[in-house]
Design a protein around this ligand. Structure first.
Ligand code: UD1
Ligand code: UDP
Length: 358
């Protein structure tokens, strides 16, 4: 019997994650996918570009829910996703990561007694101030297939008592490694941006940094200093950060470019001498491209990269960021332990979905 999966995505990293799973679904008998885009990210360079570059099927259901408070956004998504589920009657809902789109999709399904599979289950920062931590904990609670990217994630779920539950906790590897491996050869220089030969790649968008004027100002000062004294900093600026930097009247004097597509991002990751970020995905991608990464956060869900000395957590303190950047500049790292599954995660996920059945 054909199993019908309804995938809920809405934010940039989810397009990249879903692209590789969607490919695996298309190659596999006995399973079909309905794609629902919540509209959480909507600029062409935050959404359409990924569908075009990565060959993601055009959404069957396109919602237009973005902005507003967390409760409002999640609530509106919940109501509209519920309608789509009633109409399309999937056997299972598939959600990714930890955004408001993830939680709304999982909750809408669970309330209709539709089983939920969660890709990137079990990640924890242990910081309940983060909207993402609330989203991922609640999503895990209503999922019955928990696809964990790492051993750390499995361990987190075991500590929370998931072993005793009638659910499947499976370590499958990281779909972002699948994407990095698959698309590395499509690397393309960002068009129209004059980039220096040697540079540091930075990204900045995490709410705990952008929404706290002190942290934001400290990070901006650090990036400006590094750009002037160590190496040019290239920063594809997230729309959230663009708005808040303007709102707080801060001067970010680095090589700012608009958000880029995935092929351009892979190009930047491959050529950078160092990565400076507060992104969840980018701190691992640095590793996939053998670059050291300085993480401008106080916690990370990807602990194993700290434990093996590949990445360093420095928070938002100007001096710590500047010193760590100098220390790690040009340093290469290697994955000697196959921490993220080696590119097989999507196929493992789809095989498990098919073998579990509708
Ligand atoms: C969201 C996720 C975060 C993830 C990030 C990936 C939640 C709670 N947060 O954060 O976990 O790391 O996506 O990038 O779900 N905006 C635009 N154009 C766009 C997208 C956003 O202008 O295409 C604006 C929004 O209107 C809003 C701000 O950027 O003002 C933030 O967008 P939002 O989706 O609320 O959260 P992100 O910071 O993107
Ligand atoms: N990314 C991209 N273009 C950019 C910035 C990031 O394609 O201009 C990709 C990045 O390579 C990674 C994903 O977007 O695959 C990470 O998304 P983001 O940092 O927005 O979210 P997070 O991973 O922190 O949730």
């Amino acid at each position: 019997m054909q199993q019908r999966i309804l995938t809920v995505i809405g934010a940039r990293p989810q397009f990249i994650k879903a692209s590789v799973v969607s490919r695996a679904i298309q190659k596999t008998e006995g399973i079909e996918e309905i794609m629902l885009h919540t509209g959480q990210h909507f600029d062409a360079n935050m959404s359409d570009i990924f569908f075009n570059q990565l060959g993601i099927p055009k959404p069957d259901v396109q919602l237009d829910i973005n902005g507003g408070s967390h409760g409002e956004m999640t609530g509106r998504m919940l109501a509209e996703i519920e309608q789509a589920l009633l109409e399309h009657k999937p056997d299972r809902v598939l959600v990714y990561g930890d955004t408001n789109s993830t939680l709304a999709g999982a909750l809408a399904a669970a309330k209709l007694h539709i089983p939920v599979a969660h890709v990137e289950a079990g990640l924890r920062s242990f910081n309940m101030q983060m909207p993402e931590e609330i989203n991922r904990i609640l999503t895990d609670q209503v999922s019955d297939m928990l696809f964990c990217p790492t051993a750390t994630a499995v361990d987190n779920l075991h500590k929370e008592g998931f072993k005793a539950k009638p659910v499947q906790v499976l370590q499958v590897g990281d779909v972002m490694q699948d994407a990095a491996l698959l698309f590395a050869e499509r690397a393309a220089a960002p068009v129209g941006a004059e980039l220096p030969e040697q540079f540091i790649l930075a990204t900045l968008h995490r709410a705990e940094n952008t929404d706290d004027p002190k942290r934001l100002s400290s990070i901006v000062t650090a990036l400006n200093h590094i750009h002037k004294t160590l190496a040019p900093v290239v920063l594809p600026l997230h729309p959230r950060t663009r708005k808040l930097i303007a709102q707080h009247g801060l001067d970010l004097n680095v090589n700012l470019i608009d958000p880029v597509g995935y092929f351009e991002m892979v190009w930047l990751l491959d050529r950078a001498q160092l990565v400076l970020t507060d992104s969840g995905g980018v701190q691992k991608e640095a590793f996939f491209f053998r670059k050291a990464c300085v993480i401008m956060r106080d916690q990370t869900e990807w602990r194993e990269l700290i434990d093996i000395g590949a990445n360093e957590l420095v928070g938002a303190d100007k001096t710590r960021i500047v010193e760590a950047a100098a220390r790690h500049f040009g340093r290469k790292v290697v994955d000697s332990e196959q921490l993220y599954g080696g590119g097989q995660a999507s196929q493992r996920i789809v095989s498990k979905l098919v073998s579990t059945g509708a």
